[in-house]
Design a protein around this ligand. Sequence first.
Ligand code: ATP
Length: 364
Amino acid sequence: TDGNSKGADNTAVEITELGVDFGSVTALADVSLSIDDGEFFTLVGPSGCGKTTLLRSIAGLETPSRGSVSLGGQDVTDEPPEERNVGIVFQDYSLFPHLSVAENVAYGLQFHDLSESRDTEARVTELLELVDLAGFSDREPGQLSGGQKQRVALARALAPEPDVLLLDEPLSALDAQLRKELRVQIKTIQRDLGITTVYVTHDQAEALAISDRIAVMRNGRLQQVDTPETVYRQPASRAVAEFIGDNNVFEGNVADDGRHLDVGGTLVPLPEGGNRAAGQSRTVSIRPEALSVTDGQRADAPTLSARVETVEFLGDAYRVHCRWNDRSIVVKTAATTPPEGAVDLQFDAEDVHILEPQRSGSTR
Ligand code: ATP
């Protein structure tokens, strides 16, 4: 599809060939992206991949070196942040410490229509209810937990009814349990309001959990843009496979029959329709939960003979770190006792995913 199509009136954010340099560092290289109205869109990737720079470029807090940003069909590349109708929440809350919760939220309304005080009060009350903080209006930020502060920051960002909500690692400073609770709350509020949301995280599980679509980034480029399910099940590249979902990734050469990959002397079957020319070098991925630990019961299933090295108990499953030939391989099993010693790892050829060689710079 043509990423530049104008006038598609359900496009909320359109990024075209965007590049951002900091001196000799290219933080973003040739990024093109369309985000639909009402979509929950997440930028995910390792530290330094350019997520924050892309989000800040949408907000107008970063000046692009190349390319353009459009919001709601308007080119805003040269507009300052206050001319773009976006709301932002940062990792560190950025609340005013000497203002009350209500005043912090009302601050978000200051330059907007509801400046008349009774309306402001009603709107603040409504927003605090939305983020489940009714009754907290008179507190100061110092009297709030991290999760509560972040909900105030969210209410403040939503106050002026922005067209786009931008969230930069909003949960990173919170503990694991709270992170999970708050991400559900953010998702629920987002869906209820139907607000276009761009969310930045380095946490792949968080990205998979809350998003309509994900952009996996690396080295200032988009690696794959798709639904969480597709990114998880059909990673577009080795980088995506390794970053999302704990995949096992193996390299080998296609065997003479064209239907197996020779991985260090073991023939790993390729999926149906996955035939390749003999001798070609290929990389495949297998998800940890696609492997099962057996005693070789499944006579027809492909088998890898491995040795258990370390077992982690996850509550509902074990994550088993094994050694297979000279490689490490991870299995997730719902067994009730931890496997040990020599094991057979069996799988279906359909669960082997062939990673096509990366085309440079392309995301589609
Ligand atoms: P993190 O998760 O660590 O915040 P990120 O994916 O958000 O990382 P960015 O903050 O966008 O990455 O940074 C992308 C690249 O640009 C990095 O190499 C970073 O060091 C560099 N960079 C970002 N901001 C600046 C700046 N103001 N001056 C110089 N280099 C910068």
